[in-house]
Design a protein around this ligand. Structure first.
Ligand code: GSH
Length: 214
């Protein structure tokens, strides 16, 4: 099983965390490597990553990859609970991807554009989105150890990299104590600490300038 991914990429970390949680063996095709990039393009013309290639099967989209891992390579940590409990997990996974990761990417990617092509309206909108989702998450997480309750799940795999970088791009206010404490708990979890450490050498590439913390 091959994962095409890059250590500094937030969506790559989402899947790496799932793999590390269950010590699932895989071949890491790092996109630092030119031949891995060519292989990625041959599997997925949009070249969005990570992707998982398991023999003749190509799995796209991080949430689906993690679902695939659970079905085909189950481990001690069940990342998507069965039945109704799975609804909260899947819902929060979509919320972290769509309403934390997407506005965070908007702010970060805007910085990579040439000055005349920057979208200040879109960035202001993205910052407003983050303010509102931080407030919503702060309430939702009250009394919870992990995103969906007592167990670590797919939702936490999505939460870790999205909140990690969102806080760099648009800091979580000090008043959002539940959310800030949750982010700190995520960073202390060994699978996540490992993904963050592997990305450390690339921090100088963060377009907004990486803060001196985490
Ligand atoms: N919805 C996709 C998003 C993947 C994604 O946006 N990945 C980023 C890296 S973190 C990417 O491919 N960026 C390169 C690009 O946009 O061309 C998923 O869940 O897999």
């Amino acid at each position: 099983m091959k994962l095409y991914a890059h250590p500094f990429s937030s969506y790559s970390q989402k899947v790496l965390i799932a793999l590390y949680e269950n010590a699932t063996p895989f071949e890491y095709r790092s996109l630092d490597d030119l031949s891995a990039n060519a292989e990625l393009a041959s599997h997925w013309p949009l070249k969005r990553f990570p992707i998982l290639v398991d023999q003749s099967r190509t799995i796209l989209e991080t949430s689906t990859i993690i679902e695939y891992l659970q079905i085909h390579y189950p481990g001690r940590v069940r990342l998507i609970p069965e039945g109704d409990a799975g609804i909260e997990v899947r819902m929060l996974d979509r919320i972290f991807d769509n309403y934390v990761m997407t506005p965070m990417q908007k702010i970060v990617l805007n910085q990579l554009r040439p000055e005349p092509d920057r979208d200040s309206y879109g960035v202001t909108e993205a910052r407003g989105f983050l303010d509102r989702i931080y407030a919503w998450l702060d309430e939702r997480l009250a009394g919870r150890a992990w995103a969906a309750g007592d167990a670590f799940t797919l939702a936490d795999c999505a939460a870790a990299p999205s909140l990690f970088y969102a806080d760099w791009a648009h800091e979580i206010p000090l008043t959002r104590t539940n959310l800030r404490a949750y982010r700190a708990r995520l960073l202390a979890r060994p699978s996540i600490a490992r993904a963050v450490d592997e990305a450390r050498p690339y921090r100088s590439n963060f377009p907004l300038g990486a803060p001196d913390r985490d």
